[in-house]
Write a protein that binds this ligand. Structure first.
Ligand SMILES: NC(=O)c1ccc[n+]([C@@H]2O[C@H](COP(=O)([O-])OP(=O)(O)OC[C@H]3O[C@@H](n4cnc5c(N)ncnc54)[C@H](O)[C@@H]3O)[C@@H](O)[C@H]2O)c1
Length: 402
């Protein structure tokens, strides 16, 4: 039976995000004061032998290979989805129907149709016919202190009206030796760099600017490596490390890279670029936002830092300032972690998000706004607009993308 001071979590998926989320749920109570304590109830995947070891290592009470039984179980309050994109809809649908809160990995879904249905089901579960359930989407980069600080600097008028947004998410892991994992299969992933990487920078720039993208044009998508060796065995817990190849090859059905131009509702022009073979960029995820009074710059590879340019300072001393976002009280989330300049890492964004989920489920405000299914559906519409613009080589207004 549900208890106001605890939240029983079932996590679906036990590889890369399985580890990131398991860590977040197990660390959050050690660093934050929580309104309710998460209980690592059940971990779910496909390989029982691996699950047994995973559950023991991360502290899950139970494990299962039957996600349908898990999401329907009376002992679960929140279903956390960390599986490939085509499974997000069926898993979220079953969990919402069973009265659970749902936290789902990004992108919301592989396709716009799935995402639309998920947004609809979430709206019903929240109000309408549901039990007031809440939904959350793991756009975790919002919860890097530097990105959350950028959000608040924009709101306090530090950079003034925004003219330019330049967003990039560049990786270089997808060379020819990487086998045909689910990320290269349209049926499972929906798209490639677009849904995997551009999704994050569309979310992050919507979040920081507080504006919606109204139109997309000048889009290109490219698949450089058309066939890959079929994978043997299962995911290893990272993006591609440790994946094994068989002799057979299969067709890659998603993009390796995508780029597009966009217009924001406040009038800013934007460029977006996402790539999996951008040699030299291992996880260069970030933005530069230029306003009339100042500018902001973020690159996840130096995630503790936010760069700020104050164009209202005397010209003689104008220049980029690098802010180390580790000062508790001034920088979001920093008070929960370590003393000044004792920097944090990738996993902390997930733990910060687990904290905000627990706050919201207790009726409290999150540190900075949290994307739910309705919000993540807006990001998905932008991804769809980019896909259509690339395929049809034309301007696509967001009003066309329902
Ligand atoms: N927020 C982020 O920064 C971030 C980073 C990586 C991945 N993701 C997202 O997380 C999701 C998972 O990605 P990943 O990298 O962890 O993938 P992965 O391949 O590492 O893991 C997928 C997991 O899903 C499990 N799974 C697949 N089918 C299943 C089924 N029918 N029943 C139960 N379990 C099943 C697999 O066994 C595996 O444990 C994707 O939606 C991806 O886009 C988000």
């Amino acid at each position: 039976m549900s208890h106001p001071n605890r939240l029983r979590v079932a996590l679906l998926g036990q590889a890369f995000m399985g580890r990131a989320h398991s860590n977040a749920w197990s660390q959050v109570g050690k660093f934050f004061d929580l309104p309710a304590v998460p209980v690592l109830h059940t971990i779910c995947g496909r390989d029982a032998a691996k699950l047994r070891a995973f559950a023991a290592r991360w502290g899950w009470r139970y494990f299962s290979t039957d996600w349908r039984a898990v999401v329907a179980c009376d002992d679960i309050d929140l279903v956390d989805i960390g599986t490939p994109n085509h499974l997000h809809l069926p898993m979220a649908k079953a969990a919402l129907a069973a009265g659970k809160h749902v936290a789902c990995e990004k992108p919301l879904a592989g396709t716009l149709a799935d995402a639309r249905e998920m947004a609809h089901l979430a709206a019903e579960a929240k109000g309408g016919t549901g039990a007031g359930q809440k939904t959350f989407v793991w756009y975790n980069y919002r919860r890097c202190p530097a990105v959350a600080l950028a959000y608040s600097l924009v709101r306090t008028g530090k950079i003034g009206p925004i003219r330019h947004v330049r967003a990039f998410y560049l990786q270089d892991w997808a060379g020819p030796d990487v086998p045909l994992a689910w990320r290269f299969d349209r049926r499972q992933a929906g798209s490639g760099a677009l849904g995997d990487l551009a999704a994050h920078i569309v979310d992050m720039t919507r979040f920081v600017t507080g504006q919606e993208i109204t139109a997309v044009c000048g889009a290109m998508a490219e698949t450089f490596i058309k066939r890959r060796r079929v994978m043997s065995g299962s995911a290893a817990g990272g993006i591609a490390a440790g994946l094994k190849r068989s002799a057979k090859t299969g067709k890659v059905t998603v993009d390796d890279a995508v780029a597009f131009l966009a217009r924001f509702s406040g009038g800013a022009m934007a460029t977006f670029e996402a790539a999996r073979q951008a040699t030299g960029n291992q996880n260069r995820n970030g933005f530069e936002i230029n306003g009339v009074k100042g500018a902001l710059r973020f690159n996840f590879e130096r995630m503790n830092e936010l760069e700020y340019y104050d164009a209202t300072a005397p010209r003689a001393v104008q220049g980029w300032t690098t802010i180390l976002c580790t000062h508790g009280g001034d920088h979001p989330y920093a008070a929960a972690w370590w003393p000044d300049a004792h920097i944090i890492g990738y996993e902390h964004g997930f733990t910060n998000m687990a904290y905000d989920i627990l706050r919201m489920l207790a009726g409290k405000a999150p540190t900075v706004p949290m994307p739910d299914f309705a919000d993540a559906y807006q990001t998905q519409r932008v991804l769809e607009a980019a896909a259509v613009a690339a395929a049809e080589k034309r301007w696509v207004k967001l009003s066309e993308v329902k």
